[in-house]
Ligand binder design. Structure first.
Ligand code: HEM
Length: 287
């Protein structure tokens, strides 16, 4: 029993041995929470520290959802199946951060549970945030080996919910950001890139031209998402927002960021794959 518990410790691999990779991931998952806890105790979060902490944790929930979704494509692109050992940890981290985000919202509302429940029912952005949180919780509690065995094929179907959950989380982020949608637009563009990669025919995934093509398509898609948001949800002229992408006078726009970041990621993944490929065996010629 003790040996079994030892094997299940998140910093150990399946054989129960200490894993540097899993330990580093664990530290990375705890880092944003540790940073905000430090700011909180050293009074660096301004006049509404609880609100500032809840915003920070919400932001990191979205980032961890995207990171969890990136692990399978990255492991395939790098031809490195071992990368998937951290997927569960990153996914569970997203659920824990989301739960902490909700808890801080309740604290910020002076623990008035009835009021919070009413707000979740009344405000659309809170309703979809809550549905996303329930979804994340369902995925987290069924991510352990016993649940994978018990659910069989249903497990894969259930865990495909990660994509609609990501869409709901992004929508929640967009709606509460109102007109300042720079970061949610970048996140949505990166999500689009991941989805586009998954939609590629398997035979294309190892090809070099795929990366710049995906980066360009994701950049254009990001501009389209931004245009649609301004057209549907704000009174701001979407054509002026779209035109801002043609110049760098206003600094880098979300579409530029997504193109550059995905180009860089594609380059890193292509180099990583080449570095992992086995060296060809060169046999000496017979004289
Ligand atoms: C997976 C679930 C969720 C995710 C990914 C998420 C993410 C986020 C993000 C990214 C922000 C904006 C952070 C920023 O502006 O820096 C935010 C704000 C917020 N979220 Fe969530 N959230 C989730 C669920 C919830 C739930 C269940 C509630 C409460 C019922 C909630 C309440 C709020 C509130 C009150 C704000 C701040 C709005 C304001 O500034 O007025 N969220 N959330």
């Amino acid at each position: 029993m003790a040996a079994q518990r030892r094997r299940k410790a998140p910093w150990r691999d399946r054989r129960g041995q200490f894993s540097w990779f899993k330990t580093a991931t664990l530290v990375g998952c705890a880092a944003p929470a540790s940073v905000v806890a430090f700011w909180l105790v050293t009074h660096q979060l301004g006049g509404r520290p609880v609100k500032a902490t809840l915003l920070w944790l919400g932001l990191w929930t979205v980032r961890f959802i995207l990171l969890a979704l990136a692990i399978t494509p990255f492991s395939q692109a790098l031809a490195w199946p071992g990368l998937t050992v951290i997927r569960r940890m990153v996914g569970v981290t997203a659920a824990v951060y989301a739960l902490a985000h909700l808890t801080l919202y309740v604290i910020d509302e002076n623990l008035r549970l009835g009021f919070v429940a009413g707000e979740i029912l009344r405000r659309f952005y809170l309703t979809i945030g809550f549905v996303a949180l329930l979804g994340l919780a369902a995925l987290a509690v069924t991510s352990f080996d016993a649940a994978v065995r018990r659910l069989g094929r249903g497990w894969t179907r259930l865990h495909r919910l990660a994509y609609p959950i990501a869409v709901l989380a992004l929508l929640h982020f967009f709606i509460q950001s109102k007109a300042a949608v720079g970061e949610p637009t970048v996140m949505a563009g990166l999500f689009l890139w991941l989805m586009a990669w998954r939609a590629l025919p398997v035979g294309w995934r190892g090809r070099l031209w795929v990366w710049p093509a995906l980066a360009l398509a994701s950049g254009l898609g990001t501009a389209a998402i931004e245009f649609a948001w301004y057209a549907i949800a704000t009174g701001i002229d979407p054509w002026r927002v779209l035109a801002a992408n043609e110049t760098l006078r206003f600094g880098l726009r979300p579409a530029h960021w997504v193109t550059l970041v995905t180009l860089g990621l594609g380059f890193a993944l292509a180099v990583g794959r080449a570095a992992r490929a086995p060296m060809p065996v060169i046999r000496p010629r017979r004289a």
